[in-house]
Design a protein around this ligand. Sequence first.
Ligand SMILES: *[C@@H]1O[C@H](CO)[C@@H](O)[C@H](O)[C@H]1NC(C)=O
Length: 391
Amino acid sequence: MKPKSCFMVMAVVMFFVVYKLTKFQQTQEEMVSISHPFDSMVEEDTTEAVKIGYLPQGIIESQSDLELKPLWLTKSSNLQKDDQPRKNLLAMAVGIKQKKNVDDIVNKFFSENFTVILFHYDGNVNDWHDFEWSDSAIHIVANHQTKWWFAKRFMHPDVVSAYDYIFLWDEDLGIDNFHPGRYLKIVESERLDISQPALDPSLSEVHHRITIRRSKGNLHRKVSDSRTRRRCSGTNNGPPCSGFVEGMAPVFSRPAWRCVWHLIQNDLIHGWGIDYKLGYCAQGDRTKRVGVIDSEYVVHQGVKTLGGFSEEQNTFLRRVQTSKGMIIQNQPQKKSVDQSMHRIKVRKQATLELQKFQDRWDRAIKDDENWVDPFQPHEGGSEDQVLAKKT
Ligand SMILES: *[C@@H]1O[C@H](CO)[C@@H](O)[C@H](O)[C@H]1NC(C)=O
């Protein structure tokens, strides 16, 4: 190579290097001077326009659903799936021992075009496959987990945002007198954010009197005692006298579920205490937006499972029996010693969690200076009296 051309090549390379360096420095300076990109990303997470990495806004898909999608489109799948989007979701924690009852429930909900997700807490999925609907349901397995554990992990509000109403049910509900479609019509027309079907008192395990079915009318929103000094007498308007549903068969509107999901504590898996706070997730006055549907009702069989609240304290149950002479037919049967030991332990844990939950709530109220209790003047129920004393 001639020295001249060698020099030329060197010059071009040098120029290129210098150019690149300057450019790099420039962009670096730009990035630093305009903002600290990572700092601002963290900050902006709390604002509405969330920056996700370096993605352009338009590509960000923050929501999802639980619909099964075909691997390829055929004419029939095209026709079937797309013109009738599913709008409501049934989620249940199930064990194979309740197979027959779950089959009844799922069939009824599938015929109303619900999407169904089953949480298998006993690890057994295979024995469900003889049901025709099995392939249409979503199955999730995790051993010995509760309904609340599953719901927290697999029902994030963004994941279930496609559904207008979410049924988060126990598996031991008798639904001979319950129709999902008719139920939803009432809930919609009454604008209930949180609801449950009433319990048939003659056949159900009852914990709270507000859940007992009334024979007249479509629904009720409160229960009141005529005798003074009873829990729901006078001005006691708070849960469990109104604004209250129990954990075995709650139904949530989309916005209510977004709130309830946040209320469910990641580590407190028995869910005790949540029922008393559900009213805070109504989109308005809990005495209006929370209700119990009487015309569509269920039997709460009170089978002791991991499903959810089935281990609830039944002090009220006893009171109902003595004052009204009601017969509770589904008293728990005699159990083996082993089972009883488990029951006792679960109960102890749940009680502990209830205390933790209450402590967290109290602390959260104290720490949040801007928080105002919208229901303050009408608080009722023993739990809230404790709250009032503490503050
Ligand atoms: C359920 O979906 C089918 C098929 O798309 C439709 O024909 C039927 O009317 C729907 N039923 C209800 C109760 O929405």
